[in-house]
Ligand binder design. Structure first.
Ligand code: ATP
Ligand code: MG
Length: 549
């Protein structure tokens, strides 16, 4: 015999509290949720939160979560989006019990509409969408009943059948639930539940020219899937009375329970498919998976690990009130994850030649693969006479407290030796093109007996073994809150992508595609290759400099 479902010991949020109560009161004996994307675009990080809530809650209770495609709106839906959504869910680390579509249930949804008509709870209305809107009333005034509200059951059945058969044009008629035009909840004022739309559906083709409205179809689909808790975002709170009306009127038992939670909003980014689609269509980004996009495919392409996204979702929590999360908080979660998991490597983004005049030959130095994780071990890095350092790590005219390299100053080369800058080579404009140093042989990292105290440690690459790399750096797609309220195309940050050419350790070229690295003192970058060329693409900066930018 199966074990009886138990409440979770410590409810992580208000949704789990409600579910615990439902289990304790015997209302449910297994938990079923669903993640319900509309296949009209790619998923974004807001959907990650919804998945975290829907899949995560089911997992916590040993229940099931379905992937439910809400395809009641045929004109905008595409199979391309369905495939992308599946891939994104799997990438995030979730799997669904069953995949279904609102359109799988169209026959039953239609049967239920006939039942509502027979029971005098729905009527065919000839008012236009405009007229329906104008007679709906306001928050303080009741609506006006449709002149078609009292058609006979027979007439309604005939007209609705004719609607289905294609006798009428789009918008000429619709089916409305007969509820209460004076209800304080506008959604209950005889809402439209079917509309005429002569459109080809991505799954049902031309079988239907009438389509159910979301508010009517959704509770039915939930019920038919055995959903116990229908978790959705706050904007559906006012629709819950209609959700319940459908369930109660059609006698659903057990009736699914809708619970609303706050959407995730993040500063400096657009999180609505409609806008993201515009960015793609107007070529303001390279595509849905542009690394600057808040889409899951964008995050994946950016090199952000799925585990960091899940961690972020769990930390922001599930609340009942809307709020906006700082983008820097998201970045902090990514950074924390990568700090613990990413291999270290060196690359120089603005190379300046450094020659060690008193060094001959070559040697291999030990480098910690990840100094926060001893088990990661070490790897060998070739050291030599000819190196590159960051041009920003040398100054001819240093400000006070400049601990990097300056004329006659000392600095430590990461994991190697202390060097002293003896001289520089300049071009005709006086720009430094090379620094000439001498190294201190007894200053080897880990066995330094030189007695020289240096405050600065800088990274480097070996000029004889390094490889050329293209470095791509990103800033947020949208300018900050000062621009809020403006059209997003005016808020576009013109400098959100920067391309640099760098010198990198050859190790980076050998690493597997997509591997995230911490480029020491620079940031976290994803390794990839394009046409044999090494690309280092920024995942997140090393420090939180977001607010300074
Ligand atoms: P968009 O406005 O981006 O198109 P949507 O709500 O129309 O979003 P759906 O495909 O209908 O997108 O969303 C699937 C599920 O994801 C819904 O339950 C929706 O509430 C949820 N969801 C969408 N955006 C967010 C968000 N920012 N935070 C949390 N959940 C979200
Ligand atoms: Mg939607």
């Amino acid at each position: 015999m199966e074990e009886k479902l138990k409440p979770v010991a410590e409810a992580a949020n208000f949704i789990e509290q409600i579910i615990n109560e439902d289990i304790e009161s015997g209302k449910v004996d297994a938990i079923q949720t669903r993640f319900p994307p509309e296949p009209n675009g790619y998923l974004h990080v807001g959907h990650a939160k919804s998945m975290f809530v829907n899949f995560g809650t089911a997992l916590r209770y040993g229940g099931k979560c379905n992937l439910f495609f809400d395809d009641t709106n045929p004109s905008k839906e595409k199979t391309e989006f369905v495939d992308a959504i599946r891939a994104d869910i799997r990438w995030l680390g979730y799997d669904w019990a069953r995949e279904c579509y609102a359109s799988d249930f169209f026959d039953t949804i239609y049967e239920y509409a006939l039942r509502l008509i027979r029971e005098g709870k729905a009527f065919v209305c000839d008012l236009s969408a405009e007229e329906i809107k104008n007679t709906r009333g306001t928050l303080t005034e009741p609506g006006v009943e449709s002149p078609y509200r009292n058609r006979s059951v027979e007439e309604n059945l005939r007209l609705f059948t004719e609607m289905k058969e294609g006798k009428y044009k789009d918008g000429e008629k619709c089916l409305r639930a007969k509820i209460d035009m004076a209800s304080p909840n506008v959604n209950l004022r005889d809402p439209v539940i079917y509309r005429i739309l002569h459109a080809t559906h991505h799954r049902t083709g031309d079988k239907w020219c009438i389509y159910p409205m979301y508010d009517y179809a959704h509770p039915i689909c939930d019920y038919l899937q055995g959903v116990t808790h229908s978790l959705c975002t706050l904007e559906f709170e006012d629709h819950r009375p209609l959700y319940d009306w459908v369930g109660i009127t059609l006698g659903f038992s057990p009736k699914p329970r809708q619970i609303e939670f706050a959407r995730l909003n993040i500063t400096n980014t657009v999180m609505s498919k409609r806008y993201l689609k515009k960015l793609v269509e107007e070529n303001l980004v390279h595509g849905w998976d542009d690394p600057r996009m808040p889409t899951l495919s964008g995050l994946r392409n950016r090199g952000i690990p799925a585990a960091a996204v899940r961690d972020f979702c769990s930390r922001i929590g599930v609340a009942k009130a809307n709020s906006e999360c700082e983008y820097s908080y998201f970045e902090a979660c990514v950074r924390e994850y990568l700090n613990a998991h990413a291999e270290r490597a060196m690359a120089v983004l603005s190379p300046l030649k450094l020659t060690i005049t008193n060094y001959e030959g070559e040697e291999e130095l030990d480098f910690d693969i990840n100094q926060t994780d001893e088990s990661a071990g070490t790897r060998k890095v070739k050291f030599g006479k000819h190196l590159y350092i960051e041009s920003t790590d040398f100054s001819l005219d240093p400000p006070p407290k400049y601990f990097r390299l300056k004329k006659d100053g000392y600095v430590r080369l990461k994991n190697a030796y202390i060097v002293r800058c003896d001289d520089v080579v300049t071009d005709e404009n006086g720009n430094v093109t090379e620094v000439l140093c001498s190294y201190v042989p007894e200053s080897h990292s880990g066995s330094d007996t030189s007695g020289i105290k240096v405050k600065g440690v800088i990274h480097w690459v070996n000029a004889d073994t390094c490889v050329d790399a293209e470095v791509r750096q990103y800033e947020s797609l949208l300018r900050d809150a000062d621009y809020a309220g403006q059209d997003f195309s005016e808020r576009m940050n013109p400098d959100s992508e920067t391309i640099l050419s760098a010198k990198a350790e050859p190790h980076l070229l050998q690493a597997a595609e997509g591997t995230p690295f911490q480029l020491m003192r620079t940031g976290y970058y994803k390794k990839c290759t394009e046409g044999g060329k090494l690309i280092l693409s920024e995942i997140v900066s090393l420090k939180d400099n977001f607010n300074k930018k």
